[in-house]
Every structure is written in C-alpha cells, then in structure tokens.
Design a protein around this ligand. Structure first.
Ligand SMILES: *Cc1c(COP(=O)(O)O)cnc(C)c1O
Length: 378
C-alpha cells in the first residue's frame, strides 16, 4: 500500500509536464570503472564517447596545477580572457561569444531561451541525442530529416521540412553519429530557404578533425555572409582533450542573441579550471594538430579494416566511424563489452544495426578490431 508521502508525491508528479514525463534519457555511455566491475576485464578500450585518448597538451596540465590554489575563488563569469583570445583569432566581435559548461550546456540554454512548448524544431537523423532531447524537454516537436543511403544529408528534404517554419534548425556538422559534412553551397542553399522565424544552429563539435581535410569549408565564413540569425557551436571536449572539464562556446550572428542567452544561463556556468585549461589548450595548437593527425591516420586504418571484413562504414571526417553491423547493435555492443571494448550502439529504430566507434589510440583500436573480427556476425 502506498504511504501518505508516496500519495502526496504522486499528486505532485502528476503535475510535471508531459514533455518531461515522456522525455527519452540521453545515452551517456559506459565508464571504464563500470565495465571493469561488471565484465571482469582489465584492459578497456573506451571508444563510446568520442574522447581524445591522448589527453590535453602537457601545457594544460601545467596551467591547471598552477591554478589549483585559486579554486576558492568564483570563476570569471563571462570568460573574458578566453573571449579576447577567440575574438582576435576568429575575427569576431567579443560580444558575439557565449561560453558554456560544455557545448551541451549551450544547447540547453539555446532551447530555454528561444523555444517554447508547441514549437517545431528540425534536425537530421540519425541525430545527436541532445539536439532532440533539449527541445523536447520544453515541449517542442522535433522533426528529424534522414540522411540518404550514402549517408549524405538530403538538402532538398531539409528545405522541405522548413515549412511550416520551425523555431530552430539544429544539426551537427560533421554529423554525429555519421561523420559526414554538408558542402558550403549546401549551407548557402539552406540559408537562402530559411524562414525569418527560424534560428540556425550549426554544431561544429568535430571541426578540428574535419578541417584536416582540405576540402572542409570555412563554415564560419559562410555563416558570416548570411543575413539570418545563426549560432555556431564549438567545444574543447574533443580534439583539445578537455571533456572532463566541460567547456564549449558559441558564436552568434548578432550580440542580441547572446544578450538573451546570457540572462538564461547560470552566471558561473564555466568553472575556473576549465577556463584556465581552455586558454592553455588554445595556445598550443601544434599539439592539437598532432592529435588530429594521429587520429586521421588511425581513422583510415580502422575504416579500411572494417571494410575488408565486409562492413559498410560511413565516410567520416570526425574522430569516430558509423558502422553498419549485420545484427542488432545493442546485442553486438554487449558482446564487445566482454572483450573490454566500449562502443555506442545506435538506438534510433532506422539505425538500430549501426554502431558508432570512436577512433582511439592504436592499441585500443587494435583491441576493437580484434574483438569485432571475432565477435561480429558476418
Ligand atoms: C560531443 C558533442 C558535443 C559537445 O559536447 P560538450 O562536451 O558538452 O562540449 C556537442 N555536439 C555534438 C554533436 C557532439 O558530438
């Protein structure tokens, strides 16, 4: 029998919005500790979360050690030093930047600032979970436009989905989980068709990996020509190796967008250590270039070996591969765990036979390839 306390909670809980009660949970992936404990394996290849296995520049660690004495002080609330550095480097006015506790924090802030219950939001499928979850958390309806059989974005279909006008068009480029990119002309076409009521959010979390490919466009330049409201998102979690510290940033077409988001975000949303680390990381670009080069080399090797085994792999510009298995991805991924290999099985119904595997250090990649060759149905 329910106690009185449970009954009163039930009444309270019935008042929670349907949007929150039916919200899917973000699949945040498994930790090394969890897999060690539950699968009894010691050597873990953590290839489920697109982290940079080489970690940040040694200069970042040095800067963090020095900054540790100051953790009793609140962080700088608007990341002024970082703002200055990036404004200068990217030739963008300082007041067009916003910083977040990871760029996922900024996706949440964007949503709370610009989206209301009943609004439409358009993204691509397969989707980055938070591009769907955050808008849905405030009661928006999310429409996802699927990529074609060659894993490319169908621009005509994206444009068709802009009617009726959504409040937001948000997508990752390169896409997570697919790893493919649209072209500069594709983006221009999207911009030309964008209704006046729509904010374009271009999430470039994997920029550093993609721009190792000389054909990858300068999308900040393309956006800068546009006369529509847009926000470009970037992160220090991937190539810069700072996922554990949580810092990302956004650049807006105009300071008015930032001004509104600034009211909605938590005042101290980027912690002191993250700011120190980001500054040091951005000052050691040679290190990042080295990380990217190793990753790109390993990406080519992993893709070739998977194709050799007879699997279809999307042509990725990022630090992961989207692989079509010949069975349910969830079941395959669970079997890979018994070999200490963590990957991310995709769960969107049309892609439930796809696995996303991050490009790790060579040894982890070998562990993955050996386990896959042994375990995956062919
Ligand atoms: C990893 C990722 C992010 C960034 O995450 P943070 O760690 O919160 O900065 C944002 N968007 C996409 C598409 C990602 O894959």
């Amino acid at each position: 029998m329910a106690t009185e306390i449970e009954n009163s909670a039930a009444t309270f809980l019935a008042g929670v919005s349907a949007a929150v009660r039916t919200l899917p949970r973000y699949n945040a992936g498994l930790s090394i500790e969890y897999v060690r404990k539950h699968y009894g394996v010691t050597e873990i290849a953590k290839l489920g979360s697109n982290e940079n296995p080489y970690g940040p520049s040694p200069k970042v660690i040095e800067a963090l050690r020095k900054a540790a004495d100051e953790v009793w002080l609140y962080p700088e609330p608007s990341c002024d030093s970082l703002r200055e550095l990036l404004a200068e480097r990217l030739h963008v006015a300082p007041e067009r930047f916003i910083f977040g506790n990871g760029s996922e924090d900024l996706i949440a802030v964007l949503t709370r600032t610009f989206i209301s219950a009943g609004d439409r939001v358009v993204t691509f499928a397969p989707s980055f979970g938070l591009h769907v979850i955050w808008p849905r958390s405030v009661g928006a309806e999310v429409v996802a436009v699927p990529v074609n059989d060659g894993y490319a974005m169908e621009i005509d279909e994206v444009i068709a989905a802009l009617e009726p006008a959504p409040r937001m068009l948000i997508f990752g480029n390169p896409s997570n989980p697919v790893g493919t990119s649209i072209s500069a002309d594709d983006l221009r076409r999207i911009i030309a068709s964008l209704p006046r009521e729509t904010l374009l959010v271009f999430d470039e979390a994997y920029l550093e990996y993609a721009s190792a490919d000389s054909s990858y466009p300068d999308f900040l330049a393309v956006l800068s020509e546009a006369e529509v409201p847009w926000i470009l998102l970037r992160t220090l979690s991937k190539a810069y190796g700072l996922a554990g510290l949580r810092i990302g940033f956004g650049i807006a077409s105009t300071p008015e967008l930032i001004d509104l988001m600034d009211r909605v975000r938590a005042p101290f949303n980027v912690n002191r250590m993250a700011q120190v680390a980001a500054l040091a990381a951005l000052e050691d670009m040679a290190y990042v270039e080295d990380v990217v080069e190793r990753t790109v080399t390993e990406r080519a090797r992993m893709r070739a070996e998977l194709e050799q085994l007879g699997f279809r792999v999307a042509p990725s510009l990022a630090n992961f591969l989207f692989v079509q298995a010949k069975e349910n991805a969830g079941e395959l991924s669970t079997r890979l765990l018994t070999k200490g290999v963590i990957v991310k099985p995709w769960t969107e119904p049309a892609y439930s036979d796809h696995v996303r595997v991050s490009i790790g250090a060579p040894q982890a990649n070998d562990q993955f390839l050996e386990a896959w060759a042994e375990i995956a149905r062919r």
